[in-house]
Design a protein around this ligand. Structure first.
Ligand SMILES: *[C@@H]1O[C@H](CO)[C@@H](O)[C@H](O)[C@H]1NC(C)=O
Ligand SMILES: *[C@@H]1O[C@H](CO)[C@@H](O)[C@H](O)[C@H]1NC(C)=O
Ligand SMILES: *[C@@H]1O[C@H](CO)[C@@H](O)[C@H](O)[C@H]1NC(C)=O
Length: 339
């Protein structure tokens, strides 16, 4: 009897020490082993529990879009801006241009896979404020998500390319628009913030919307007509892929946006200098780069994500610089404001 009981306990222990990983688990359960593994590696960053209110299946479905890939992304022409001389070891666009609050503003894409439009529209808003000091103008990510004709004909919330957003801004212009429910601008962002963090306060993210509708009109009460509210960019381009090309571009013209390969462990990021430690790609994502620095001898880019300020390091993250980590350095975009 005693022996049988011991065998039974042993079986239980075996079962509970190797839980079956299922995509139907919430992402915190699903990624628990991964988080532990990364934190034991003593690498340059720390992982933690994120996305508690969403199943792994829903999260991964939102970010990986069949047919879209970094390889297939339309390539804007490379333009290098010639700043000569030494570059500082640290740079933060927020302190360089303190009169531009948009630079450090962390957006939330909600359940829409619109990071490409949010990060590009944010960089454009920053550049507008830098070019015309004191003139705040939020370029509408919503206008880009819903109204630009995507390269592969997908709905804008299914995913898209950063370069398409910059091109759309130059060719057709973007209207104004602030964050969700702000009634600021012509077309504010339409998807409400949701939890991308374990102890989030926004409520669960729901399934991706099935259609993002282009309304060629402004919200009620906005005094300007949609077409009159459009503002076009002068030029758009990709920066050179060398680290210093990107640094010069940021110092000369302001924040840039970048597409990056999205590895599973990126979802679990909490602090430090990120570098991918899992090989499984979950598609790609786009973020804004606002500066750089060095932490514990690791060179990093300082980036703003669009998963609200509860995710990661107050909504921001650092990522290894100089090694094309997640292919970010070969997919950096900028553009010029009409003066
Ligand atoms: C972890 O890394 C730090 C900094 O590189 C080092 O000082 C420390 O000894 C490492 N700890 C372990 C357990 O490897
Ligand atoms: C821009 O958007 C932010 C966030 O939604 C809002 O707080 C701010 O007032 C807006 N600025 C302008 C000039 O509309
Ligand atoms: C939108 O804003 C209004 C007024 O501030 C508020 O009552 C409402 O709860 C907000 N809706 C959402 C979904 O946040």
């Amino acid at each position: 009897m005693k022996l049988l009981f011991a065998v039974f306990l042993g079986l239980l222990a075996t079962v509970s020490s190797s839980p079956v990983k299922s995509l139907e688990q919430d992402f915190v359960e699903y990624s628990a082993d991964l988080v532990e593994k990364i934190n034991l590696m003593n690498t340059t960053w720390k992982a933690g529990a994120n996305f508690a209110r969403e199943t792994a299946a829903s999260l991964l479905e939102r970010f990986s879009t069949p047919g879209l890939s970094l390889e297939k992304a339309p390539k804007a022409p490379i333009v290098k801006h010639g700043r000569a001389g030494a570059l500082p070891t640290e740079f933060d666009a927020r302190t360089q241009w303190p009169h531009c609050p948009s630079i450090g503003r962390v957006h939330d894409q909600g359940r829409c896979n619109g990071g490409y439009a949010l990060s590009a529209a944010a960089a454009i808003s920053d550049r507008h404020c830098i070019t015309f000091p004191g003139l705040h103008w939020n370029f509408s990510a919503e206008d880009a998500v819903t109204c630009m004709t995507p390269t592969i004909g997908l709905d804008g919330c299914t995913g898209g390319y950063s370069s398409d957003t910059w091109r759309y801004w130059v060719q057709h212009g973007l209207v104004s628009g602030g964050g969700f429910n702000t009634s600021s601008g012509c077309r504010p962002y339409a998807y409400k913030p949701c939890d991308h963090y374990e102890k989030g306060s926004y409520g669960p993210c729901q399934a991706r919307p099935s259609s993002a509708v282009c309304h060629e009109s402004c919200i009620a009460g906005y005094p300007v007509h949609y077409t009159a509210d459009k503002r076009k960019g002068a030029t758009y381009y990709r920066t050179g892929t060398d680290e210093t090309d990107i640094q010069r571009e940021i110092m000369d013209n302001g924040p840039v946006n970048a597409d990056m390969t999205l590895y599973e462990d990126f979802f679990t990021y909490r602090s430090g200098v990120y570098q991918h430690k899992t090989e499984q790609s979950m598609g790609f994502h786009a973020v804004k780069i606002i500066g750089w620095g060095v932490e514990n001898n690791q060179k990093y880019w300082l980036c703003v994500n669009s998963w609200n300020s509860e995710w990661g390091d107050k909504g921001m993250f650092k990522i290894l610089r100089g090694t094309n980590e997640c292919r970010m350095e070969s997919n950096v975009h900028g553009g010029k404001i009409y003066r």
